[in-house]
Design a protein around this ligand. Sequence first.
Ligand SMILES: [Zn+2]
Ligand SMILES: [Zn+2]
Length: 508
Amino acid sequence: MTDVHPRLLVTTPPKPDESLTGYLVRLSALNHYEKLVWILSMAGLGKGSSNWRWPALAFCPTVELKRLSELLALDLPALDALRYPPAETTGHGMGTHLFFGAPVPRNVIQPQTPKACPECLKESQHCRRIWDFKLVTCCPTHGCLLVDRCTDCGKQLKWYRPAASMCACGFDLRRAPRTSMNDAASRLCDMLCGVCGFPAVPEGEVARGDNPLATLNLEQFVTAVLFISGRMIVHGTMMGGGLPSLSNRETHDLMLRTASIFEGWPDRFYDFLEYERSRPRCRTRAGIMDSQFGNFYGSLFAHARLSHASFDFFRLGFAGYLELCGEGHHVKRMKLSLKYITRYAALRRLGLDQKRLGRFISQGRLKMVTLKGWRGERVLVEAESVEKLREELRRLLGSSEAAKCLGVHRGVILKLVAAGCLKAVRGPSIDGSKGLKFDPRDVENLMRSITNRLPECDPLFKHCPDLRTAVNRFGHPKLGLVRNIKAIVAGKLLPIGSSPEAQSHSPS
Ligand SMILES: [Zn+2]
Ligand SMILES: [Zn+2]
């Protein structure tokens, strides 16, 4: 490797549904490399870093992929798009990562213990991204159980193997027997894949009925499933604790028990509550519900992850159960829709620190209330305002995304900010957050402030692909892009060929 920028002999772009680790496996095989570690070490990611056994490159944004991108002849953003980056909004090492655009706990993204569908591999020998999803145990296309263990050597599949369709022992995974599945867990898989954006399974095959999961988005779906499944396994938590050590078969069985509760809603949920109530626990807790249902009750009515109104079905189901047991008098004291959550829960939900949370409160964007309870006065945050702010923060654009929207280089964005043409809503000097963040409306307005000055007959008036093209419609392009923009916005530069009279017709 004397070349400064070594490049693989055979390169190919990733398939649209391919996983990062699977892509590396495929490229290694295409180049007839004996071991995948060759590619990793050439990219400076090999032994000595955690990338070998644990594919940290899929999760950690600090793992430098520049050399790998040169090696694969793939531009960095395209390679970066294959990763599962930390979801910024949840911060604080709470371990959620973006998966199909939604923040989900890292425990449910498992590229290091791979699975595969033998039928899919027959169609194309590449690893699908959806197989990295721990909760997806069946193939959404072929309806068969995914394979995570070699039928020949009996060992667990490894992500670093000779080819996507080959076990380390040389067994062709396409020859693995097909185990067709048609149970509640496979239907749950279909629904999950549906919210991940997979083509919907034909109507009738998915038993939705009264299934409360049917109305949830991916993040909420995972939360609801983990809330129930986490109660059924050792070390189970709402963040998917206890899941990584389960085989695909074991996960499938767990999903089967979980899915049947949602399918038979609310009757099977009542059975589940009976089971929760019967579990041995310390009975000396403060409230009667706490002593009977333990932390299940606490989570249901106070956990930040369940504070969204879309989880009210759990609380209403719980109330329905108490009514059925003749204990409806307890329901009166319950807040079936979580109107208020604690300041700490809001802080965790938004992934902010105390200082930044305080700033949003003083701006009035988080509504606070003081409620009198049996423990004295408590200052709480209105749950709805937390969700609203969370949605707003999630929609904000980073510098690169803003640059993409405007069709300019990222450096231009920084210059626009310095020149006062574009205002960041979050940033190191604004609220102490790491990078600059922009309101998508401000970015759009900047573009509109240029294109609105063009005559209406100009095609760019309606749609403009990038800022530079719009600015080029005006005179004096040599001033430089940012100075031109300032001049255009100030009305000092007119579209080429227009007279000052024509200018007066366009909005100013
Ligand atoms: Zn398949
Ligand atoms: Zn094998």
